[in-house]
Design a protein around this ligand. Structure first.
Ligand SMILES: NC(=O)c1ccc[n+]([C@@H]2O[C@H](COP(=O)([O-])OP(=O)(O)OC[C@H]3O[C@@H](n4cnc5c(N)ncnc54)[C@H](OP(=O)(O)O)[C@@H]3O)[C@@H](O)[C@H]2O)c1
Length: 214
């Protein structure tokens, strides 16, 4: 089962519906059970499916084997510290980007551990942290009638966890995953995400990435 910590936001909901439609059992987490229940029930009704469950973040962390972190970066430290024991030996996929805003335009925060995903691995020493999907727009994920365009760069210090997550993401049509190497490389993906958000604002669009030559 795939769980989404803070899965009630646009990114968590978008990923949950895409994975659910590709046949995975999913579960949406929240600080508030009733909020997660309502969102999961609505999504199941809307798409005529029954494989999106719900719970509070602790229940979701207990039940799922793979957890996606889909909270704002500012909430990451407290959330992961509180779930450290439950997440032991599990795969934790981090989508967060440490963003600040200047005159409404996003930039990458200068954080102590350089990358949000490296910070997550330090907070969860006994979990296998994988970084992925930062460059993917939640609004594109929500448009399930359209296939996903673009590449997803996946980074981790665990080769097995990275391969498993690449395989799962590849099951969403038409994503292409690329092996981005070790978890420290996540800093580059997080940075390009800030650039994409600036481009989105300038060109009034939703940009993504496609790597040429591979
Ligand atoms: N939106 C995008 O297009 C996009 C694209 C790529 C990556 N991402 C990344 O995905 C993550 C989620 O993005 P989003 O737009 O879905 O974010 P969001 O709507 O701001 O937050 C997602 C959920 O996080 C929970 N949350 C908020 N503050 C929290 C706190 N202090 N402690 C614990 N939980 C908290 C909330 O759930 P409850 O209130 O139900 O607990 C909320 O629904 C971000 O880190 C972002 O960088 C987003």
């Amino acid at each position: 089962m795939i769980g989404f910590l803070g899965g009630t936001g646009p990114e968590g909901r978008g990923l949950a519906i895409r994975f659910a439609l590709s046949g995975e059992n999913t579960i949406i987490g929240s600080r508030d059970n009733s909020r997660a229940d309502e969102i999961a029930r609505k999504m199941c009704d809307q798409y005529g499916i029954d494989n999106i469950g719900s719970g509070n973040n602790l229940e979701v962390a207990e039940q799922a084997e793979i957890l996606f972190i889909t909270v704002p970066y500012s909430a990451q430290r407290e959330l992961l510290a509180s779930l450290r024991n439950v997440l032991k030996y599990k795969i934790v996929v981090n989508t967060t980007v440490p963003l600040g805003f200047h005159d409404g335009m996003p930039y990458i925060l200068d954080i102590e551990d350089v990358s949000a995903s490296v910070e997550a691995q330090i907070l969860l020493p006994d979990s296998q942290v994988v970084s992925a999907l930062q460059t993917v727009s939640a609004r594109d994920l929500a448009k399930v009638e359209e296939n996903m365009i673009g590449d997803v760069i996946v980074c981790s210090d665990s080769e097995d966890a990275k391969m498993e997550i690449m395989h799962k993401i590849d099951s969403i049509p038409d994503f292409r995953t690329l092996d981005g190497g070790r978890l420290a490389n996540s800093r580059y993906v997080e940075s390009i995400t800030a650039m994409l958000l600036n481009l989105n604002s300038k060109y009034k669009t939703r940009s993504g990435i496609r790597i040429t030559g591979i």
